[in-house]
Design a protein around this ligand. Structure first.
Ligand SMILES: *Cc1c(COP(=O)(O)O)cnc(C)c1O
Length: 391
């Protein structure tokens, strides 16, 4: 391939031989269409009128008073569909259409990416197939129902543990035998090249907007930017706008489950070791012989045992810092944002907020922080109620 998709020693494409031509075809089409005027115009227009961009950069006054420094929230929760995922599914869906593909396939865990893909499948008239572990299908029946309403078919995968990594394996297998008319719409900035680069590209809009907006509001760059990290797409979207700004501290917050000192499997960048997973080299939750663990946390959207190669690189190079937030801290953060701002954050996004709360009173009051509010938490109200019933 033209470019091997390496981030330092990480990334690459460790895939079966039959997939190489398909990845090359996507890579070539991506480099072509991203600079194509007609493609760019259609993407711009749908970003504005379908997704509702640009999203606001909101000064969270009462939350700022609570933590003792200035917090701005990048409101990706206001993107159509309720999270940043639409930025990626719209971009890749459009790419698939320009490539002349007829079918979309995607993997999904909690169902959020499956639903975001199904919406774009309806919008752009694709035949859409979503691969989902059988355990997840049972757990996430509302999302399954919504996907079907969009006209997608949902393939329940009972192999292995019946969760996300099994769904990815099956989606890859299906793709191998349906390459000519099918586009694999990958859900995060991970997997084999060129997916990390493509997903980053479509999520960069977050960082580009946020940088411009903070310069207008504060007339200077932020001191710190913070985002939650699952596979890493919303985080790399925000981070990419500030990587060259050396004065800006960059923090990624990953799922710490019940606590990183427990036997629970969580916090890929904090506790994981380097290995190859889903077609790329990076940090990974695995045992001594390379068996991959299921990650466990309160937020299904962060339950991915790997992480995108660029985050592995940013950790290794020291440009970004990665910290875990555990479930209890996340539930606290969820409650505090609602009580201070009347905004229901996704449990995933609440990881970023939990880090901000952990810095309460430790930063100068003039410190300016931009945090990515990756999604809204309506989907999580039931889970929170199970852990913390209202009196
Ligand atoms: C899926 C999801 C995430 C995690 O995915 P990344 O690729 O790490 O961004 C984070 N927040 C929300 C709201 C999500 O739906």
């Amino acid at each position: 391939m033209e470019q091997t998709g390496r981030y330092g020693d990480f990334g690459g494409y460790y895939v079966p031989e039959v997939l190489i031509p398909a990845l090359e075809e996507i890579e070539k089409a991506f480099y072509h269409f991203k600079d194509d005027l007609v493609f760019k115009e259609e993407l711009e227009s749908l970003r504005a009128d379908y997704l509702g961009r640009e999203t606001p950069l909101y000064f969270a006054k009462r939350f700022s008073e609570y933590v003792g420094y200035k917090v701005y929230l990048k409101r990706e929760d206001l993107v159509h569909g309720g999270a940043h995922k639409g930025n990626n599914t719209l971009g890749q869906g459009l790419l698939a259409k320009y490539m002349g593909k007829k079918k979309l396939i995607a993997e999904t865990g909690a169902g959020q990416h499956g639903l975001a893909t199904s919406m774009i499948g309806a919008l752009l008239d694709f035949d859409t197939k979503i691969f989902m572990g059988s355990v997840d299908v049972a757990r996430q029946s509302v999302n399954v129902h919504k996907m079907k309403l969009c006209g997608a078919s949902v393939v329940s995968v009972s192999a292995g543990s019946g969760t996300l990594k099994d769904a990815i394996n099956d989606a890859m297998r299906y793709w191998c035998s349906n390459l000519s008319d099918t586009f694999y719409l990958f859900g995060t900035a991970a997997g084999p090249h060129p997916f990390p680069e493509i997903v980053r590209y479509f999520q960069t809009v977050i960082g580009i907007e946020a940088r411009k907006q903070i310069l207008v509001k504060e007339n200077r760059l932020p001191d710190m930017i913070v985002a939650c990290v699952g596979g890493g797409s919303n985080a790399i979207g925000l981070f990419s706008g500030f990587l060259e700004d050396e004065s800006v501290k960059i923090v990624g917050v990953e799922a710490g489950g019940r606590g990183i000192d427990t036997t629970h499997h969580c916090a890929t960048l904090t506790k994981g070791r380097v290995g190859v997973f889903h077609g790329a080299k990076g940090y990974l939750l695995q045992d001594e012989v390379g068996q991959v663990f299921e990650s466990e946390s309160i937020s299904a959207g962060l339950d991915y045992p790997g992480v995108g190669p660029e985050h592995s690189y940013l950790k290794a190079s020291g440009r970004a810092e990665y910290v875990p937030a555990n479930d209890e801290e996340v539930l606290d953060a969820f409650e505090i944002l609602i009580k201070t701002e009347g905004i229901i954050p996704a449990l995933e996004s609440s990881h970023a907020l939990a880090y901000l709360i952990s810095m309460k009173g430790k930063l100068d009051p003039n410190t300016v922080v931009v945090a990515n509010l990756s999604g809204r938490g309506d989907k999580d109200v039931g889970i929170v109620e199970e852990h913390r019933p209202l009196k």
